[in-house]
Design a protein around this ligand. Sequence first.
Ligand SMILES: Cc1ncc(COP(=O)(O)O)c(C=O)c1O
Length: 390
Amino acid sequence: MNFDEVIDRRGTNSAKWDRMQAYSGVSPDDGIAMWVADMDFRAPDFLQEAVQGLLDKANYGYFASDEPARQAVAWWMRERHGWDADPEWMSNTAGLGHAIAQVLETFTDPGDEIIIFSPVYHEFSHKIRLCERTVHESPLVIRDGVYHMDFDALEAGLTGREKAMLISSPHNPAGRIWTPDELRRLAAICERHNLLIIADEIHHDLIHPGQNFTPFLVAAPEAAPGTLVLTAASKTFNIAGARLGTVTIPDPEKRSRFQTALIAHQVQPNLLGIELTRAAYSPRGAKWVDTLVAYLAGNAQLFNDGMAQIPGLRAMPMQSTYLAWVDFSGTGMGMDEVLERVDGQARIAPSRGVDFGTGGETCLRFNVGTARPRLQEAITRLQEAFSDLQ
Ligand SMILES: Cc1ncc(COP(=O)(O)O)c(C=O)c1O
């Protein structure tokens, strides 16, 4: 697989490329899309073969069961993450955005507070608000250049109105991997305050070489009765368009409530999602992911080194993911001016940090999941746009 191949996704109904202009004003003619979290790589052969298998059947009628996908998920979790998750504990949803909303609606009530660690994936707060629940931010603090949870401040700030805690593990943005000890501390807090834990582990395969990820229920198995784990093959294998996510619920009563909610809305996974997930979570998929993460880690390093050459910029060291996080506060510029340079002059479209909540106001998130020649071009353009600071 040649990750260096630059592919043109413009005009393919790609959210990242075809909605860039509407999002940021950056024209796709010469702009570089670095916002939506998907990657610009050609799909690997094992996924293409899975789709071909579907085509060969020439029939898209009702399918019997999503069990093949759940079995594949269970295999992957055991092989790659040392987590024994029973396929019977799993329900498939139309992606994890859907899963988050469905979980909130099933297990919390309007007005309930949901704890998130800001700055974090913007859809967390968006979904909480859309579901008419209340966002309870626990701002992350930066120590040694990376994010840490402030456990004391979190507990001191609890009001009793909180119902659940929604975490991104690893964290989006910047890919901090929470340690087993940190996850256990969270589990203990949730136990003390009777909070449901919603562990979104969608980024758990994008672990840079030399780093270790521990699933929530491996770190804190004692928390299983109060925990829901959200996973998907979509970030790892770039198949988000197939809209398939998995919610793993060890507790039988909660699982039954969740499944009833899905059945009520006739939510079923789709044929394509099942076949792609099954093909992805395989020995061939595992080999491909090992190559991918080495490439992504190289991209992250290249990008962060490039940003470090611009005076005043602080790029957070990354342990996982392709979602780089750069703080522009050291330039002394307001974000209007920063964006005038980034979008306007460099013609680069990153995600706005302000949408990630408290702590994100002076930051931009850059998706480095692209071919290295394009990434190098983006770095050069950004350096030029701030060259007067040299
Ligand atoms: C932490 C996290 N959860 C969920 C999602 C979205 O998942 P889906 O595409 O399945 O809705 C993302 C996408 O970036 C994410 O970063």
